[in-house]
Design a protein around this ligand. Sequence first.
Ligand code: MLT
Length: 404
Amino acid sequence: MVTINKNYLKLPGSYLFSTIAKKVETYQTAHPEEKIVRLGIGDVTQPLAPAIIGALHKAVDEMSHAETFRGYAPDLGYEFLRSAIAKNDYRDRGCQIEADEIFVSDGAKSDSGNIQEIFGTDNKVAVCDPVYPVYVDTNVMAGRTGEYNKERENFDGVIYMPCLEANGFLPELPAETPDLIYLCFPNNPSGAAITKERLQEWVDYANKTGAVIIYDAAYEAYITEEGVPHSIYECQGARTCAIELRSFSKNAGFTGVRLGFAVVPKELVRDGVSLHDLWARRHGTKFNGAPYIVQKAGEAVYSAEGKAQLKEQVSYYMRNAHYIYHGLKDAGYSVSGGVNAPYIWLKTPQGMTSWEFFDHLLETAHVVGTPGSGFGAHGEGYFRLTAFGSFENTQEAIRRIQAL
Ligand code: MLT
């Protein structure tokens, strides 16, 4: 008789953004006349930059000629892209990362969900709370988290590191020693950024305890302040304790194109085994490489025109972030984030729960955001708005919220 992976049954409800999409769809169907402004999921809205479109067209044309046609991509990524990443994202920032330590993928969501596969199921996982749900859910599926605790609204076997106003929304070293530590900076959902000194403490801690840090840097392009690291490899000793995940979704608008990468340094060894080799084995077996045309588009991100155009795109979204932050502050909300990240994190007003505020906002202002409690128990009483809308929609959303 077929049995199923019963760990899946421990997951409460559906994936956060699927739940929200369903709720919004139901509301829109019942109220077709309302113009809903969507600042919920962190999905980009600006078209791909001209340099990227140009590279895509060129690559598509190459596919139409026998001499330049490409079949399967190398499973770890084309050399041209891995070299561009190693140079621009790492060596130019003083980080010693080589092209063959980069594994090109179809995005950071897949990597952040898949990376746990190379670790034993007896590893103890630590996450920030609130947290991007993929880190927890994929560890639940793998059987690494114990049971769901309805009272505490989290999993018994996970170490949660509360990120609250009192600690500047930054995690503190946990009392119990974890094996795997998921960190995301600039942070999704809170928009908080970590300084290099604070991140160095985590690197030192991981090297001391033997833990591995899974560092999600998907939002690094949004950093505006000095002293905030773009990569964990800016910290001394990170090569022996950290895997970094990056995305082309937020810095280059690839949410619908799909491209990302993981960095696994060769010095990273646990249990006597190279994690680089393990991840290469997993990647080679389960992935046939991101499409050639998409990797060509990724290469264009690092061209001079690409860099200039994407800087403008990021500034466009950050103008929204600034607008939301100050618009909410003027309306009396307690707000954070939005300075080094495209997310604004606000306290729900009048003691409303996160979902109550979600419904209130949808029904009265026709604005969609993301309830903080969807990211974890310590997100209760908070709410996330994204800066990824158009400027006009962002202005409209803030006008409506101010009028509540
Ligand atoms: C979010 O809204 O948190 C992100 O868009 C999710 C993602 O990048 O997968």
